[in-house]
Write a protein that binds this ligand. Structure first.
Ligand SMILES: Cc1cc2nc3c(=O)[nH]c(=O)nc-3n(C[C@H](O)[C@H](O)[C@H](O)COP(=O)(O)OP(=O)(O)OC[C@H]3O[C@@H](n4cnc5c(N)ncnc54)[C@H](O)[C@@H]3O)c2cc1C
Length: 456
């Protein structure tokens, strides 16, 4: 079929106003807010139901065109820009919150529900519950975030977001609709098992294993009170000791660390923010005292922030993306890397050296996931969007940072194509073989976000 005939077929499925191949519509979908170069898109389609998604997948198989599922498109690493052209499947119309279960504490939602939408819905209707969402802009989707092993302000205490998925409804690459988790057996979407757990196959797969249309996510009780205990360290070497001591208390809801040369007073320090929660002032006070003591004993010192600063960081999720404009021009991308705690001091030192080598202001940060089991390390680079050379410089810095993270025993997170290739170069051959087996079995026509996780 030629492009116009395919468009007509897509229009039949979703309606004329929700399928397009007009260049002025495709333009914005050919790029993302990160440093990737634009790539071409053939169609954008906005389905409204699982059955429409299914019909699109069947058509794509017939025509052997790639499909790229897209939520908010905010990963920054080009994951929703097609590598081999084809259809961008914009999920934003599938935005129904289907159920909030207060007993088993989960939300059953469609894949286009945004993080802003779920938090507003809970704030309005279920004030004692909070969702696990990232500190990303509110137009990010819950599904998009969970499907990339995302994390947020509840992750230190409760773990990574990928692990908080109770169940999925998926349109497989062959067009079949499949339910995963307890919902495959029961009317309740309250758990993943106890049956063979295939949900992990869809996480960090970047849409290559199928299109998620519904998901159940865990919800958590909302604390009555929250506070932050700020501290400063002189050297990254002190980080592991401080973190081991803090996490051993069991007090921290979230722990964020950072190092940046701007504003001037932060230069040379590692700052730490330990979030605590409680039912009363006395409760919080007891925790504050313990944490201050830990800071003192581990070479860190307590810092009293201004009320303005404290209030800014008490907002949950935090949305403080000032670093994006350090270089003027508004461009910003980071290598997030999952790292073992013992390598964090080196990651800070080498990460800062690397930023300086590329003439970029060092802006490093980290967040703990599940105690100290994983630290997500952020190596952020700002660039001027209007200057192609500056963007190229940032891309080179990002690439070298991916290598650094791998050399330090970490794994780049939500990796763009080059990063995926680096990971695949180092991955155990039997893992690669298993990936290929899954890909061939599920997607023989190689239509799902083609080019990503490409195993030869
Ligand atoms: C300022 C800023 C702050 C951020 N802070 C955080 C943070 O604190 N924590 C964090 O985890 N992330 C953070 N991020 C990264 C990212 O924005 C979020 O993780 C975001 O939630 C991703 O969701 P999305 O809807 O934009 O996903 P998208 O970019 O649309 O998609 C992500 C991936 O999932 C796939 N996908 C999307 N929907 C589906 C579906 N229905 N079926 C199958 N595959 C699908 C896409 O193909 C893509 O590969 C931040 C980003 C920015 C810009």
């Amino acid at each position: 079929m030629n492009r116009e005939v395919i468009l007509k077929e897509l229009e039949k499925i979703v309606g004329k106003e929700y399928a397009t191949n007009r260049s002025e519509d495709l333009y914005i979908y050919s790029q993302d807010p990160g440093a990737s170069l634009p790539r071409s898109v053939d169609f954008v389609v906005m389905p409204n139901t699982t059955e429409e998604v299914q019909a699109i997948v069947k058509l794509a198989n017939q025509e052997k065109i790639s499909i790229v599922p897209m939520g908010g498109g905010l990963t920054l690493s080009g994951l929703i820009i097609p590598v081999k052209g084809g259809i961008v499947l914009d999920m934003k119309r599938m935005n129904q919150i289907l159920e909030i279960n207060q007993f088993s504490r989960y939300a059953l939602i469609e894949a286009g529900v945004t993080t802003g939408q779920i938090i507003s819905h809970l704030n309005e209707n279920f004030q004692d519950l909070q969702p696990p969402i990232p500190d990303a802009p509110p137009s990010a989707t819950v599904a998009g975030n969970m499907l990339i092993h995302g994390s947020g302000y509840l992750s230190q205490k409760y773990g990574g977001h990928g692990a908080m998925i109770n169940g999925l409804e998926v349109v497989l690459p062959n067009g079949e609709i499949c339910k995963l988790g307890s919902c495959a057996v029961s009317d309740y979407w309250f758990d993943r098992g106890p049956i063979p757990d295939f949900i992990g196959l869809f996480i960090s797969a970047f849409g290559t294993m199928g299109i998620i249309t519904k998901l159940s996510i865990q919800l958590f009780p909302k604390p009555k009170m929250r506070d932050i205990v700020f501290g400063l360290m002189n050297s990254p070497k002190d980080i592991p000791n401080v973190l081991l001591k803090i996490t051993a208390t069991g007090y921290a809801e979230d722990i964020l660390l950072g190092m940046q040369d701007k504003p001037e007073w932060m230069k040379g320090y590692i700052f730490i923010m330990t979030y605590i929660t409680g039912d009363s002032e006395e409760d919080l006070d007891r925790q504050r005292k313990t944490l201050k003591r830990i800071y003192r004993k581990t070479n860190a010192r307590f810092m009293k922030p201004s009320e303005k600063m404290k209030n800014l960081y008490l907002e949950k999720p935090i949305f403080a993306a000032g670093a994006a404009d350090f270089r003027k021009g508004g461009g910003f991308e980071y290598v997030g890397a999952f790292m073992p705690l013992e390598k964090i001091p080196e990651a800070y030192e080498k990460g800062a050296d690397l930023a300086r080598k590329y003439g970029i202001l060092p802006t490093l940060g980290s967040r703990l996931i599940g105690g100290v089991h994983t630290v997500v390390m952020f190596f952020s680079y700002s660039f001027n969007r209007a200057d192609p050379k500056d963007m190229e410089n940032a891309r080179e810095a990002l690439h070298e940072t991916n290598k650094l993270a791998l050399d330090l025993g970490g794994i780049p997170w939500k990796s763009e194509l080059d990063g995926q290739k680096l990971i695949l170069e180092r991955i155990d051959p039997s893992y690669k073989k298993l990936m290929k087996t899954f890909q061939n079995a599920l997607d023989p026509n190689k239509i799902m976000n083609s080019g990503n996780w490409e195993v030869n």
